[in-house]
Every structure is written in C-alpha cells, then in structure tokens.
Design a protein around this ligand. Structure first.
Ligand SMILES: NC(=O)c1ccc[n+]([C@@H]2O[C@H](COP(=O)([O-])OP(=O)(O)OC[C@H]3O[C@@H](n4cnc5c(N)ncnc54)[C@H](OP(=O)(O)O)[C@@H]3O)[C@@H](O)[C@H]2O)c1
Ligand SMILES: *[C@@H]1O[C@H](CO)[C@@H](O)[C@H](O)[C@H]1NC(C)=O
Length: 332
C-alpha cells in the first residue's frame, strides 16, 4: 500500500461528541467507539512505567482523564487495577460529570480463561470490579492460552471466541473484539464464526505502523485501537535496541514547534491520521490533559511522510516467552 493511500485511511466519521472534538468511529456491529481513549496499564517488571505507584494512582488518573474530556477507557483483568477504574467511574457518575452511557469502557479476557465456559465468569468478574453491568467492548487479550500456573495451554482461540459470543448474547458487553491477533488469525475467526470482531487492539507507534494490517482491517471494517502509542519515544522506557526517534529528535521537535504543539501531541495526531484510535496512558494530570489536546490542528502530507520514515517494524511488546505457543501471533 502506498503512503498516500495510508494517509487517507480515514474510516473515521468525523463528528462532534459533547463539547470536545473526538472523532466517533462506527463499528461493524452498528455501535460507536470514541476515536481516542485512555490507557490504564502500569507496565510490567523492571520496565514498569512508574515505580511504586500509590494504591489510588490509576483511580486518580482516570478521574483526571474524565474531567479532561476522555470518554473511552481501556483496561484489562491482568492490569489488576479494574477496581480503581471502577471507583473512578463511580465517582464521576456520582458527581454528575458523566453518565454511564457517555462512557465507552473496554476490558480484556486474560489467557488463563480461554476455555469456552470460562469466558462468561471472567467478564462477570471484571464487571464486578468495575462496578458496571455491561462493558462497551470486551477483547480476547492475546490469542495465546495459558494454564493457571502460566504454562502454555492448547486451547484454540476459536473456542474462546464462542465464549465471547455467549458474553455478547447475555448482554454483558455491547461489542466483542480481539487484541494481538495477526491477520491470518483474524481471518480464521471471521471464517469460522457468524460474529465478526468489531475491533482489533494492537501495538501502533512510530516504530511499528503496521500498514498492511491496517489496510486489512479497513477492508474488513474492523476498528483498530493502537496501544503503546508512544513506543520508545521516552528514553527511560526505550529498550536498548529500539530504533529512533526519541522525544528530542530534531525532526519531531521542528514539526511540534511549527504547530505550537508538543512531540507527544504530534505522535498522537499522526496515529489518528493512520486511522487508528490511540489510547495513551499517563498517571500525570498535566500530561493527561496535554495528550487530549490533539483535535485542533492537522499535519501536512510532508510532515506525515517524515513520520512515516520511522516505521521500522520494531515491536516493543513481543512477549517472547510465549513464542512456543501454536497461537503465538508475531514473527518468530
Ligand atoms: N492489548 C495489549 O496487549 C496492550 C499492551 C500494552 C498496552 N495496552 C493499553 O495501551 C495503553 C497505552 O500503552 P502503554 O501504557 O503501554 O504506553 P504509552 O501510553 O505509549 O506510554 C505511557 C508512558 O508515557 C508517559 N507519558 C504519557 N504522556 C506523556 C507526555 N505527554 N509526555 C511525557 N511522557 C508521557 C507516561 O508517563 P506517566 O504515566 O508517568 O505520566 C508513561 O510512562 C495501556 O495503558 C493499556 O491500556 C494494551
Ligand atoms: C501446569 O498446569 C497444567 C494443567 O493443570 C499441567 O498439565 C502442567 O503440568 C503444569 N505445569 C507445571 C510446570 O506445573
């Protein structure tokens, strides 16, 4: 696919929701998803985003995000913070800032609940922690299945998808989708089921722009949510082998200055221009607000061409310890 085609992958239907200008994206099941969201993952191991976050750090961040205008919140069972997200949503509803129906809440099924009959209990557990009676979107977090002791399990994700359909039919979620599935795996789900995934959540950032996967999803009318939008932009979180750019990259700084924006804002704007829904995470109030100010400017074709050159098919989250799974989704 050539650059020009990619730049115009706007399956976004631009319209105004509330008083901010977040694009609304139509899903293939008739529902709508806000074209910009908020992430809630604290990171793992020694690459954790934040050292010793307080027990209410995520709760506060979600409250700030809702105050700033975010209406789409991304979480997952395995982040172990769904209870904090639930308290934040409950507070903001109590305070009259939002109603449940104004929010779009996504959670994800962990790998240890891939047996068909495990899916409905798993989503009910997430709903309980989130203090909600339905999700807007529930995703299979990874195509890889694991036993409770974390060893790899041989459960086909087609079986898991049947459990997801059951959760949908029971009204526990309004839409269902996939995360970290490759094109062949998505195709297999589509051709073996009568419910098409509404959304795919995958890593999308400057180093991993995934043009062919995006074009496949566009043709299939599957909305793409892009995780880890900042990739290796911030030096403290960049793996040693990560290609440039960092946040002080001269070309990025120049584009940012021209628009009176910051480099993170340029990156988020570019990801939206790819037709992708970014879900940046931050625990910092000023950054949460900064990241949301990306609807009042546009990049030029030339600037997008510059940003395109950073695509090195470099994955920051390859999860190599699952490489032996028959369902491992990435290049080995
Ligand atoms: N489906 C999946 O498998 C999967 C995998 C990974 C992530 N996700 C989802 O995607 C979300 C986003 O990805 P992510 O959390 O991995 O990474 P990210 O959003 O790309 O980056 C988060 C990091 O960037 C910093 N940051 C945010 N805005 C900034 C700004 N304006 N200036 C400077 N630093 C800034 C944050 O710092 P502070 O927090 O300290 O402010 C944090 O260290 C996750 O939270 C999660 O919801 C899903
Ligand atoms: C993990 O659990 C599975 C299923 O119960 C079992 O077959 C396997 O031997 C266990 N593996 C380890 C390393 O304990």
């Amino acid at each position: 696919m050539d650059n020009k085609a990619l730049y115009f992958v706007f399956f976004f239907v631009f319209s105004v929701r509330g008083d901010n200008k977040v694009p609304v994206v139509k899903l293939n099941d008739g529902k709508e998803i806000p074209g910009f969201g908020f992430g809630t993952w604290l990171g793992f191991g020694k690459r954790a985003w934040t050292d010793n976050p307080s027990d209410d750090a995520v709760q506060k961040s979600v409250e700030w995000a809702i105050d700033a205008g975010y209406r789409h919140i991304d979480t997952a069972y395995i982040y172990f913070i769904e209870d904090q997200v639930g308290r934040a949503i409950e507070n903001k509803i109590k305070q009259g800032v939002v109603k449940r129906e104004d929010l779009f809440v996504t959670s994800k099924l962990w790998n240890t609940f891939h047996a068909k009959e495990a899916v409905v209990p798993a989503i009910k557990d997430s709903l309980k922690k989130l203090k909600l009676d339905y999700l807007d979107l529930y995703l299979i977090h990874w195509p890889v299945a694991q036993h409770a002791n974390e060893s790899l399990a041989d459960i086909d994700y087609l079986e898991t998808w049947q459990g997801m359909i059951e959760a949908l039919n029971q009204g526990l979620t309004r839409s269902i989708g996939l995360s970290n599935f490759n094109e062949k795996q998505i195709e297999r789900v589509i051709s073996n089921s009568n419910v098409k995934p509404a959304a795919l959540q995958v890593e999308i950032n400057l180093n991993l722009q995934q043009p062919s996967l995006l074009s496949y999803c566009k043709n299939q009318q599957i909305a793409v949510v892009g995780y880890t939008p900042f990739g290796a932009l911030f030096p403290h979180r960049a793996p040693a082998d990560a290609p440039p750019p960092r946040v002080d990259d001269a070309a990025l700084v120049e584009i940012a200055h021209k628009h009176k924006k910051t480099v993170p804002q340029i990156v988020l704007r570019y990801i939206m221009d790819l037709g992708v829904i970014p879900i940046p995470k931050s625990l910092t109030k000023s950054r949460i607000e900064e990241n949301f100010q990306v609807f009042d400017f546009s990049l030029t074709d030339q600037e997008r061409a510059t940003l395109r050159t950073f695509d090195k098919s470099y994955r920051i989250i390859p999860v190599k310890n699952w490489i032996e799974s028959p369902y491992y989704p990435f290049e080995k």
